[in-house]
Design a protein around this ligand. Structure first.
Ligand code: SF4
Ligand code: SF4
Length: 266
């Protein structure tokens, strides 16, 4: 794994979203901060950092010339039963929290924005999170230059460009699929059809990207099968782990599939 810094200047053309525009929704009021109970390092703005450095939290702040990060333990300092209280203190919400449940990683020249499933996640066609509403926080986050995850991948520029193009086209297909399904206003998605929304995210893993573009064309059928298989076993597994279970199964399935095809051809 390699940690890199983003450059000062970035073009919006090289920001890629792995999920559909205007379909994912989550309810923070209902959830009241599941994401505030993990070991976070929160990216503070100058005003909040300067204030907190004068409080008992000063020992938990790590700063360099441009950024300040506040370490939280298993529960954020500002979390209460009613949710986040940081604004009530006249302080600004950390950029980390503004960005969440979205994540940014960098692969070569592309910034990949992914979605982490929230406890209250649901598909809400036409009423979900819009790219344009998170664009500002994504850009602000990138421009801070704070180190972000950048997996070590040996992927060619050609393969990467194929992936971006494939994903942009696929988003239209998936959007159409959901739209057609709900055209009469009554059809509900099957549970495993909701998991299709993670598909593009999983394609950014080191295993899927190690396959050629023509092999990658076969992923979608394999992925749908994985979703159905996992769904059949759902009573045996914890549903809050679904995202990780599917990711794991998808990687295993494609590795096995191409290994078997390779043996067949020998
Ligand atoms: S886990 Fe998701 S829904 Fe819950 S508070 Fe955090 S961002 Fe909101
Ligand atoms: S600052 Fe607020 S939103 Fe961010 S982790 Fe703490 S309680 Fe949660």
């Amino acid at each position: 794994m390699r940690i890199i810094k983003f450059p000062e200047q970035i073009s919006e053309d090289i920001i890629h979203y792995t999920f559909l525009d205007d379909i994912i929704s989550y309810n923070c009021e209902k959830c009241r901060g599941s994401c505030c109970h993990v070991n976070n390092s929160l990216l503070l703005d100058a005003k909040t950092a300067s204030f907190l450095k004068r409080t008992y939290l000063k020992d938990f702040i790590v700063s360099d010339d441009s950024v300040s990060l506040l370490s939280c333990g298993k529960k954020c300092w500002f979390h209460s039963e009613l949710g986040c209280t940081i604004n009530d203190l006249g302080l600004n919400k950390p950029l980390t929290c503004e960005l969440y449940p979205f994540h940014i990683k960098k692969i070569q020249n592309f910034y990949i924005v992914s979605f982490t499933p929230c406890p209250t996640f649901q598909l809400n066609l036409g009423e979900g999170q819009r790219y344009k509403d998170i664009e500002d926080v994504v850009l602000r986050y990138i421009k801070t230059g704070v180190p972000v995850f950048s997996p070590s991948l040996h992927v060619s520029e050609e393969r990467l460009k194929y992936e971006i193009e494939y994903q942009n086209n696929f988003k239209n297909t998936l959007s159409e699929y959901y739209r057609t399904k709900t055209a009469d206003g009554t059809t509900e998605f099957k549970e495993y059809e909701k998991w299709y929304i993670y598909y593009l995210d999983f394609r950014w893993g080191s295993i899927p990207l190690s396959y050629t573009s023509s092999q990658a064309n076969q992923f979608w059928n394999l992925y749908k099968r994985v979703c159905e298989d996992v769904y059949k076993k759902i009573s045996y597994i914890r549903t809050d782990n679904i995202y990780f279970i599917i990711a794991n199964q998808f990687n295993k399935t494609i590795s096995k599939h191409f290994q078997l095809n390779f043996i067949d051809k020998e």
